[in-house]
Design a protein around this ligand. Structure first.
Ligand SMILES: [Zn+2]
Length: 118
């Protein structure tokens, strides 16, 4: 199988092939094929026989994946787009320790120096 994905682009077909090669030696029933996974990307195509062992490994790998940009959800609006500073661009809320400190400071400034100490 030759990959024809453009240079520098992610090659999921090669990644699938490498994944299968890593899992296959541990498959207790390599001939118990229950289905196939076909992946086409660019002009590359890979069709992989799917055994119960490989299906389980694939399911686990997919379930464990977290997008590098996934920083959780905004507790205020439920948005998924928290930036690297844990700032929600949808509602403006800041999360994390820094966000809590800033919110506390803003609340104090809002009520001025006459606010009772906590
Ligand atoms: Zn939000």
């Amino acid at each position: 199988m030759a990959s024809t994905v453009p240079t520098g682009a992610p090659d999921p077909v090669a990644a699938l092939t490498e994944f299968v090669e890593r899992v296959a030696p541990f498959d207790p029933e390599p001939s118990a094929v229950q289905g196939t996974v076909e992946l086409r990307y660019g002009h590359a195509t890979e069709t992989v026989p799917l055994t119960p062992h490989l299906a389980g490994a694939l399911r686990e790998a997919l379930a464990r994946y977290r997008d590098p940009a996934d920083r959780g959800r905004c507790t205020n609006c439920g948005g998924h787009r928290l930036d690297e500073n844990l700032h929600c661009p949808d509602c403006g809320r800041l999360h994390g320790v820094l966000g809590a400190m800033i919110a506390e400071r803003m609340e104090r400034d809002r009520w001025g120096a006459t606010a009772p100490a906590e």
